[in-house]
Write a protein of this length. Structure first.
Length: 215
């Protein structure tokens, strides 16, 4: 990473961290994903049951493998043989009452809000109620100025890239833009905006990494 990009990501990352702290979150800035992973592993006790949301960032960082190696019980619906199967549903359901829920976010505003859109709803649900503790890890590439920018980022970047990853073809993939489709393949079904740390979590940790991670 060149010096200018590093400066830009750090500046935005630290601004977002300060905004998140003012909204009650336990927020950190990490220069690298290696540093971020060290924070995550310290934040999760060895005996904790960990639910893992749908996140390319978390899995790409190797966090799940490290937790498994350490002996943590992992609840990961990505291991189910097929989406929408009974096993897939039960794993997603079990994540809601895990000791720790770890995931990423689709967008973070410089005002300190977490914005997410789901197809199934298990991830956004566990981010607002259920688990005892939440950990959100996100690259600085996901920081946007405001809510309008966050929703635009989701529709223009997050959804197309995840559809490609999942080999899904809703109408927006053919049109090259959001068309507010009304079809069974629709993946934008539930959108949440977390304005403030949800009250029933003992801790809500947000780690912003000074790198481009995930979608």
């Amino acid at each position: 990473m060149d010096a200018v990009t590093k400066w830009f990501m750090e500046d935005r990352g630290r601004r977002a961290v300060e905004a998140l702290k003012k909204r009650g979150f336990n927020a950190f800035y990490a220069e690298t994903q290696t540093q971020a992973k060290e924070v995550v592993l310290k934040e999760i006790s060895p005996g904790a049951t960990v639910g893992v949301g749908g996140s390319v960032t978390v899995r790409g960082m190797g966090i799940v493998d490290d937790l498994k190696a350490r002996g943590n019980k992992i609840i990961d619906h990505w291991v189910a043989p097929s989406m929408l199967s009974e096993e897939d549903f039960q794993l997603r359901r079990a994540q809601q009452t895990s000791d720790v829920f770890i995931t990423s976010t689709n967008a973070i505003t410089l005002e300190g809000q977490l914005v997410n859109t789901d197809g199934g709803g298990n991830r956004v649900n566990a981010m607002v109620f259920g688990p005892k503790k939440a950990i959100v890890v996100a690259g600085a590439n996901k920081i946007v100025p405001d809510l309008d920018s966050a929703l635009r980022r989701i529709k223009e970047i997050v959804v197309p890239m995840n559809c490609k990853r999942l080999n899904s073809s809703p109408p927006c993939m053919q049109a090259g833009r959001c068309v507010d489709c009304r079809v069974p393949q629709r993946v934008c079904r539930i959108t949440t905006i977390i304005e403030w740390k949800p009250p029933f979590f003992s801790d809500y940790c947000v780690i912003i990494v000074g790198e481009s991670l995930g979608f």
